[in-house]
Design a protein around this ligand. Sequence first.
Ligand SMILES: *Cc1c(COP(=O)(O)O)cnc(C)c1O
Length: 239
Amino acid sequence: MDYAANLLTIESRIKAACDRALRLRESVELLAVSKGQTSQAIQALAQEGLILFGENKVQEARAKIPQCPPHLKWHMIGHLQSNKCRDAVLTFDFIEGVDGLSLASELEKWGQKLGRIKKVLIEVNIGGEGSKYGVPPVEIVPTLLRINEFPHLEVHGLMTVAPYSPDPERVRGFFRKMRECKLDCEAALGAPLPQLSMGMSNDFEVAIEEGSTRVRIGTFLFGARVRKNFDKSESGYNE
Ligand SMILES: *Cc1c(COP(=O)(O)O)cnc(C)c1O
């Protein structure tokens, strides 16, 4: 796998999407989704300058992280089980995908016990799909206001996994709705939220055009995953 070539292609497409949206390239972070990939593959991309990596299983991340360069930043993406909150707080720099108050309470409990303050994003089920995790759009403002009161959680914004379509134009409306959710949250908070994590291999350009500040890209960077069959109970995302 030619990781350097994959990265160059993605970089040029991110830049082009930023140009179309009159945005600076620096306004979008690239998170390499390394679930199901080996630590060798992660090291190869780290050598190309990538720093942010996303995993969706706490145990897998804990096995791989010690084999990777220490300057990398690790994000938990997708669904987190409440019995994994302690390890997640210890392992990850950022927890994306806080999908409700009960998970937030559990993370707050461990943040307090362990003396850590965690950066989090709140996951929105923007397509209203029964198969996906996340807070329904109509509940996002009250949920965010509650979670924002937890002293050991720092709410940086929202994340979503948009419904899948082979034609990314068809998910543009969901990304636009996410941006509106973020504006509603900011109005209710009276403060800006820096992050809107949305867009994956299939739809990241449309997501950037609609305001994404962090695209999460796996397949397009690494090639197909080594470990298959990760399921929605762990990732909130179906292959
Ligand atoms: C797997 C996954 C991704 C990356 O998906 P690709 O299609 O491989 O780019 C992004 N976000 C979440 C939450 C995921 O589970």
